[in-house]
Design a protein around this ligand. Structure first.
Ligand SMILES: [Zn+2]
Length: 258
């Protein structure tokens, strides 16, 4: 009897210890897995979070550089041969890039509502028209007594070479006043030019060839020439006081710095 009792007690103790060991083991494994899982999920969130931040930062300047609105057209950057565009006629018959059309009309209408009288004297130009304008300018300079080479060099600071004018991509517009239609510096003092300079960025336009950027743009001051770049870029460029060439450099640097 006694032997049996001892055996039973030992057996119970054994079962208890085994159960305890299993419980401890299961608990330990569970806690370990839970902690591990928790660490993984935390690091997963962090990893994901930083990846998202990096991607966003990466993409902002890169995306901007690929934006059609920022196409850089100048002597060094002629229009790509495969460039295509759709234009829409303005009330006076000239045409403008369809994608920027509404912004141009809104700007002109808002100015008109403030008593200004704008005249759009140039918008989209075909390469053929640009060629004839350029040739006419060369002839004008030759007539002033300049040699062929001199006339050519002066002409290209006044009229862009065919294929290197923003007018050829339909995103540039020359706007003067009804009572001041001469394309000279005097236009800058008209209420129309002053209003456009102050407000055009809200409609996505920039004064493309400012007086203080002639060295960079290589185009003389043109208070009448406005270029569509989109509202975000226009506001940012004016805030930073950068012309388009400088703004693109700024974006390239930003893209490389990320
Ligand atoms: Zn122009």
């Amino acid at each position: 009897m006694r032997y049996n009792k001892v055996r039973k007690t030992k057996k119970k103790l054994g079962l208890f210890l085994v159960s305890l060991a299993i419980i401890i083991l299961v608990t330990l494994v569970g806690v370990t897995l839970f902690i591990k899982d928790d660490i993984q999920s935390i690091s997963g969130v962090n990893k994901k979070g930083s990846e998202v931040t990096e991607n966003t930062a990466n993409n902002v300047p890169v995306k901007a550089l690929a934006d059609w609105k920022l196409i850089l057209v100048n002597t060094e950057n002629p229009i790509p041969e495969d460039y295509t565009l759709e234009t829409r006629p303005l009330p006076n018959g000239l045409t403008f890039d369809t994608r920027a059309y509404d912004n141009l009309i809104a700007m002109l209408n808002d100015g008109k509502n403030e008593g200004l009288t704008f005249v759009v004297c140039s918008a989209y130009r075909t390469i053929e028209l640009q060629t004839s304008l350029f040739k006419a300018q060369v002839a004008k300079q030759q007539h002033k007594g300049l040699s062929d080479k001199e006339a050519y060099n002066v002409a290209k600071t006044i009229v862009a070479l065919p294929g290197t004018s923003e007018h050829n991509v339909g995103l540039a517009v020359d706007i003067v006043a009804l009572d001041y239609q001469r394309l000279d510096d005097g236009y800058a003092d008209t209420p129309e030019a002053i209003w456009l300079k102050q407000n055009s960025d809200k409609y996505g336009f920039i004064l493309r060839y400012p007086a203080n950027k002639e060295k960079t743009t290589k185009i003389m001051y043109e208070p009448w020439h406005f270029r569509y770049v989109g509202t975000d870029h226009a506001l940012e460029m004016n805030r930073l006081n950068l012309c388009l060439e400088e703004y693109i450099e700024y974006l390239r640097d930003a893209a490389l710095a990320v």
